[in-house]
Design a protein around this ligand. Structure first.
Ligand code: ZN
Length: 238
């Protein structure tokens, strides 16, 4: 990928058949990427980056401090998020099957086999997040299929580094980021609606925004909530 350097910041530049220039800063280390329309030259890209330099540095600093915070150890009283709410972890070693139980408004019990290490504990919690998220998705898709009048053929949950969701329009399949299990439920619903609306409009254009405004007038609130998270990058505008 072609790179340019602007005031010590390395920028990957991709040229695409798009209308507007997109600038993104990506976790975990704060990589900078610009997607530029074909007709925009390197000098114009450089100027765009310069005008956003302060913002880029802020994002990079934030990722780096989040990176430090986010090395989870799955130990007693460590914070973990579940549908927008913060809980403290309680580790219980036992002989039975691995299990996760939301005990009350403030704590989650993680039942693990004796001697389970960090990666085993993490695996148990992630499997639980996946199961919990997957349980919420079908009724939401069904609800919005009726409202929007489109059909989703298939859906799935996976870990994604830079996106909250994606839509394969040809296959009518939507993918949702596993991290949504940590966000308020309304954010999950917003991403589902966003991806489903791509079945009506492929691009993030005026028509797409009109559709978002019509079906979910408060969508910007949820977008802002998600943009406060580590996955944030400037191109998640809609
Ligand atoms: Zn989209």
């Amino acid at each position: 990928m072609p790179q340019i350097s602007v005031s010590g910041v390395t920028v990957n530049v991709v040229r695409k058949d798009i209308k507007n220039l997109h600038l993104g800063v990506y976790p975990p280390e704060g990589r900078v990427r610009v997607a530029a329309p074909l007709r925009v030259n390197d000098e114009a890209v450089r100027l765009a980056v310069i005008s956003k330099l302060a913002w880029i540095r802020r994002q990079q600093n934030r990722f780096q401090s989040q990176e430090r915070q986010s090395a989870r150890e799955y130990v007693f009283r460590e914070s973990h998020y579940y549908f927008g709410q913060r809980y403290l972890l309680n580790i219980i070693e036992h002989k039975g099957p691995a299990q996760v139980v939301v005990r009350n408004h403030t704590s989650i019990d993680l039942y693990v086999p004796k001697g389970a290490d960090i990666s085993k504990r993490e695996q148990i919690l992630i499997a639980w997040y996946r199961k919990e998220l997957k349980a919420l998705i079908p009724p939401m898709i069904e609800k919005w299929e009726k409202i929007i009048d489109v059909k989703v053929a298939d859906w799935g949950v996976r870990k994604m580094k830079t996106k909250w969701g994606s839509c394969n329009i040809g296959a009518r399949r939507i993918w949702l980021n596993l991290e949504l299990a940590k966000k308020p439920v309304q954010c999950l619903e917003y991403i589902i609606v966003h991806e489903m609306l791509h079945l009506l409009e492929r691009h993030h254009n005026d028509r797409f925004i009109e559709l978002m405004d019509r079906f979910m007038p408060q969508w910007k609130l949820y977008r802002d909530e998600l943009n406060r998270s580590p996955l944030c990058h400037e191109t998640w505008k809609y």
